[in-house]
Design a protein around this ligand. Structure first.
Ligand code: ATP
Length: 345
């Protein structure tokens, strides 16, 4: 197939497996975020795609060609790492022109290309400035421009925005997404920030302990998480475990009639806080009996903590839909069957 294919990729360091067998197909033009907690293998995966590390097993295919053994400098991929590694003694323009100079591009063409790239990252007219004379966010854009200088086939970024403050970071996420859409270049970004992944990605690859847990669109990983790790890692959720009997799930606090339950045994479900309906009455279908323990009004939404048989559940409502309940009050927490996801593990 065209695009990038990771075919049975494994990385071991001695007896430690940093990346378990991974199969992944990334079509052309996708924005992919590798998302997971520290040490889950994101950078390991990215470095193998970049050609900076060799896989222990498996192949990397680009548009059907096996590039597993192709050295990094022959892959023509653009890369931006957490430490931007801009040359401090060169100007902005010289930094961006650097890869062009190495490839023997003429001086005149270098100048034109630098202007084009600076316009692309919305930094016109700063080519002659020293790197020390521009802000952190601007440096980020210069690093991006430099990585795009040779019209790379793939754009790889490892935690590129992590050094920026929260506000600038959000702004850069949107800019990076819009830039990628304009260029249509297949892009892979490593991040441990789920909001960042949800903002930018077409495909979110959720990883933990060296394993891809789920690869899907942001809305799918949120609405249909594959397992309890993904459900818990992406946003807030309520996880409930129970025993299946007669097509329903018996959990602490009540019984839930749900579609998609296995025929027998135990199951875990995930239901997002905004899907819960809180009633003053515990009687009714798919309601669990509980007691409100805490209510906090965060302006844009109201969060309710409810004790259900000794476990805390979280419900979120808009100010308009705020349930009329107070701490200490007994309530019924309704779990609409369509919003309960039966997890794989
Ligand atoms: P972070 O978000 O902290 O950068 P990560 O998800 O990118 O984490 P990796 O850098 O891919 O994680 O590391 C995955 C695991 O492999 C970690 O346990 C790490 O200690 C281990 N590891 C990485 N490089 C090596 C190496 N050269 N030798 C031995 N172990 C390594």
């Amino acid at each position: 197939m065209s695009g990038l294919v990771l075919d049975g990729l494994v990385k071991r360091y001695g007896s430690f497996t940093a990346l378990q067998r991974t199969e992944l197909s990334i079509p052309h033009g996708q924005f992919v975020c590798l998302l997971g907690p520290s040490g889950c293998g994101k950078t390991t995966l990215l470095r193998m795609v970049a050609g900076l590390d060799n896989p222990t097993e498996g192949r990397i295919l680009l548009d059907g060609a096996d590039i597993t053994q192709t050295p990094a400098h022959q892959r023509n991929f653009g890369m931006v790492f957490q430490s931007l590694a801009l040359f401090p003694h060169l100007t902005v323009g010289e930094n961006i022109a650097y890869p062009l100079r190495i490839r023997g591009v003429s001086k005149a063409d270098q100048g034109r290309e630098v202007e084009r790239l600076l316009a692309l990252v919305r930094l016109p007219g700063v080519a002659d400035r020293a790197v020390s004379q521009i802000s952190g966010g601007q440096r980020q854009r210069v690093a991006i421009a430099r990585a795009l200088a040779l019209s790379p086939k793939l754009f790889l970024l490892d935690e590129p925005l992590s050094a920026l403050d929260a506000k600038l970071r959000e702004q850069m996420q949107i800019e990076l997404k819009l830039l990628q859409e304009r260029l249509g270049i297949t892009t892979i970004v490593v991040t441990h920030d789920q909001r960042e992944a949800m903002t930018m990605a077409d495909l979110v690859v959720v990883m933990s302990q060296g394993r891809v847990r789920q690869a899907a669109s942001p809305i799918e990983v949120y609405r249909r998480p594959a397992d309890s790790f993904v459900a818990d890692f992406i946003g807030m959720t309520n996880l409930l475990r129970g025993r299946i009997a007669a097509g329903a799930l018996a959990v602490d606090g009540g019984t839930l009639a749900l579609p998609g339950l296995p025929p027998a045994g135990e199951a875990t479900i995930s239901v997002r806080p905004e899907e819960l309906r809180v009633h003053r009455d515990a009687a009714g279908p798919n309601r669990l009996a509980g007691t409100v323990s805490f209510v906090r009004d965060l302006g844009s939404h109201v969060e309710l903590r409810i004790d259900v048989a000794g476990r805390e559940m979280i419900a979120v409502a808009t100010p308009q839909d705020r349930p009329d309940v107070q701490p200490g009050q007994p309530v019924g927490v309704e779990l609409p069957p369509a919003s309960c996801v039966v997890l794989e593990s």
